[in-house]
Structures are given as structure tokens and as C-alpha cells.
Ligand binder design. Structure first.
Ligand code: CO8
Length: 259
């Protein structure tokens, strides 16, 4: 598929996905969602990609779902667009590579939801976050009512959703919505540094850690730890586990092969 609204390139093992509709502050219309769906399916299958960075062109990360498009939809079409967006977020959350959101600017509504579907969020000190849907007579529809309370707690999520308040990067950090706040001109370099740190670890272990955390959060503790034992076993039978432990004992850096 040719992309008109996103940019995708792979450099030194990092897949860069940039939402590129700066005139509309990278708002997610159905075409952008279709392209994001396609690119994350490709990433899942692409062995060149070891980690992913998601960002936006210009002064926004993503300023939400496309309000101009939504304003034209009937109820059924609105539901279809919600489900399309939810599926894309689920795909990003489940993709078999670590995904870092490098939040360069506005992350509002569907943009905040896109950031939350990523594994780790790094915010520029110029970024702004919020779920302003109630201003439009709707509620978050790309998973925000579910992922936001899981990240920041029930009360804080309700405060943000009910008030439609826009918060800055420091406040997002304080409440646990982002893991880092970085000066704007250092954001991509820091995201790359983190991606490279993660890429230097045992790939199967990273994959299994992601699956264990994600699955555990969707179930009760007992089922979660049972799942952890299975995920752990998948790492224990890997060649990289033998190499990692051998390298420690021999006091040398491990050479992981992703096997
Ligand atoms: N959709 C469409 N266009 C947008 C959006 C958007 N979400 N955000 C900005 N734009 C456009 C503006 O219309 C404007 O276009 P133009 O130049 O043609 O007039 C351009 O981007 C620049 O925006 P502004 O002139 O408004 O820039 P400002 O710096 O003055 O303001 C803001 C920036 C504060 C980000 C402002 O643009 C804004 O409030 N945007 C809307 C934010 C918002 O409400 N987002 C939530 C949308 S709802 C949502 O995401 C629901 C998700 C679930 C959907 C389910 C599907 C049915």
C-alpha cells in the first residue's frame, strides 16, 4: 500500500512511523487509520524492525480523530469509525516489537489514545495531552476510557475525561501518563537511545515481557502469574537464555541472536 498520510522508514533496526497530515494537526481520519493498520501489520512481519518509534509531523503528535470527517457521519458510520480506531490501537499494543511514542506536540483525543496504545511514552516538553471529547458531545472512542484509568487511576482518568482539560508534559509525567519529559530538540535522539538500549537485550525476552505485562493487565493476578510462568518458559528454552547466562558467568557481553 502507498501511504499518503504517514511516513514509514527503517533505519538501523528502528521502524519510524510518522503521522504526516500537519495541516490538520495529524488528525486521524479513516484513511490515516487504514494506513496505520497496514504499516503495523507490515512491522509485525518485518524482521528488519526491532523497535518502533511513533511520532507526528509538525507541531502535533495527533490532535485527535478528524472532527470534520466525524461531523458528516451518521450513528452507524460513527460506530464503524470507532471500531476501526480501536482495532488499530489493539494492533499497535499487540505488535511483536517494542513501540515508543515520541510525543512531539498535541496528543489530544485519539492522539492521546494512540500514545497510550504504545508501550512507552516520551513527551517533548512542548507536548500537550487531553481527552477533550466531551466538548464535542462524545466520549473517548479509541480505548481512552479503558487505557487512561489503567495508566493514571480511575479518579484522575475521570477528572481528565469529564473536564476535557488539556495538560502539559510535566503534569502528564506527574500523573504517570508519560514515562519521560525531554527537551523538544532532544526528543528523537532520546527515543532512539531508548530504542537502541531495548534492542541490545534478548529479543525473545523483550517480546515475552511485553506479552506477559499486556496479558496480565487484562486478567486477574492468579491467571496473570500463570501466564507469566508460560512466557518465562518460552525465554528459558531459548538459545539467548543460554548465551545470556553463559556470558554473565564468563564476564563478557552477551551476543543475542533472537533464537
Ligand atoms: N480534526 C480535524 N481537524 C483538526 C483537528 C481535529 N481533531 N485538530 C485540528 N484540526 C485542524 C484545524 O481545523 C485547523 O485546520 P484549518 O487550518 O484548515 O482551519 C488546523 O488543524 C490547525 O488547528 P487550529 O487552527 O485549531 O490550531 P490552534 O493552534 O489554534 O489549536 C488545538 C490547536 C488546540 C489542538 C485545536 O486545533 C483543537 O482543539 N483541535 C481539536 C482537538 C480535539 O478536540 N481532539 C479530539 C477529537 S475527538 C476524538 O479524538 C475522538 C476519538 C474517538 C473517535 C471515534 C470515531 C467516531
Amino acid at each position: 500500500m502507498d501511504y499518503r498520510n504517514i511516513l514509514f522508514e527503517v533505519k538501523e533496526g528502528i521502524g519510524y512511523v510518522t503521522v504526516n497530515r500537519p495541516k490538520a494537526l495529524n488528525a486521524l481520519n479513516t484513511e490515516v487509520l487504514t494506513e496505520l493498520d497496514d504499516v503495523f501489520r507490515r512491522i509485525d512481519d518485518d524482521d528488519r524492525v526491532k523497535a518502533v518509534i511513533v511520532t507526528g509531523s509538525g507541531r502535533a503528535f495527533v490532535a485527535g480523530a478528524d472532527i470534520a470527517q466525524m461531523s458528516e457521519l451518521n450513528g452507524i458510520e460513527g460506530r464503524d469509525m470507532t471500531i476501526q480506531g480501536q482495532k488499530v490501537m489493539e494492533l499497535i499494543e499487540a505488535v511483536n516489537k517494542p513501540v515508543i511514542a515520541a510525543v512531539n506536540g498535541f496528543a489530544l483525543g485519539g492522539g492521546c489514545e494512540l500514545a497510550m496504545a504504545c508501550d512507552i511514552r516520551m513527551a517533548s516538553d512542548k507536548a500537550k495531552f487531553g481527552q477533550p471529547e466531551v466538548n464535542l458531545g462524545i466520549i473517548p472512542g479509541y480505548g481512552g476510557t479503558q487505557r487512561l484509568p489503567r495508566l493514571v487511576g480511575k479518579g484522575m482518568a475521570k477528572k481528565l475525561i469529564y473536564s476535557a482539560e488539556m495538560i502539559d508534559a510535566q503534569e502528564a509525567y506527574r500523573i504517570g501518563l508519560v514515562e519521560y519529559v525531554i527537551p523538544a530538540d532532544e526528543l528523537m535522539a532520546e527515543a532512539e537511545k531508548l530504542a537502541k538500549t531495548i534492542m541490545s537485550k534478548a529479543p525473545i525476552a523483550i517480546k515475552m515481557a511485553k506479552v506477559a505485562v499486556n496479558n496480565g493487565l487484562n486478567t486477574d493476578l492468579k491467571t496473570g502469574v500463570q501466564f507469566e510462568a508460560e512466557a518465562y518458559t518460552s525465554t528459558f528454552v531459548s538459545e539467548d537464555r543460554v548465551e545470556g547466562m553463559k556470558a554473565f558467568v564468563e564476564k563478557r557481553p552477551a551476543e543475542f541472536k533472537g533464537k
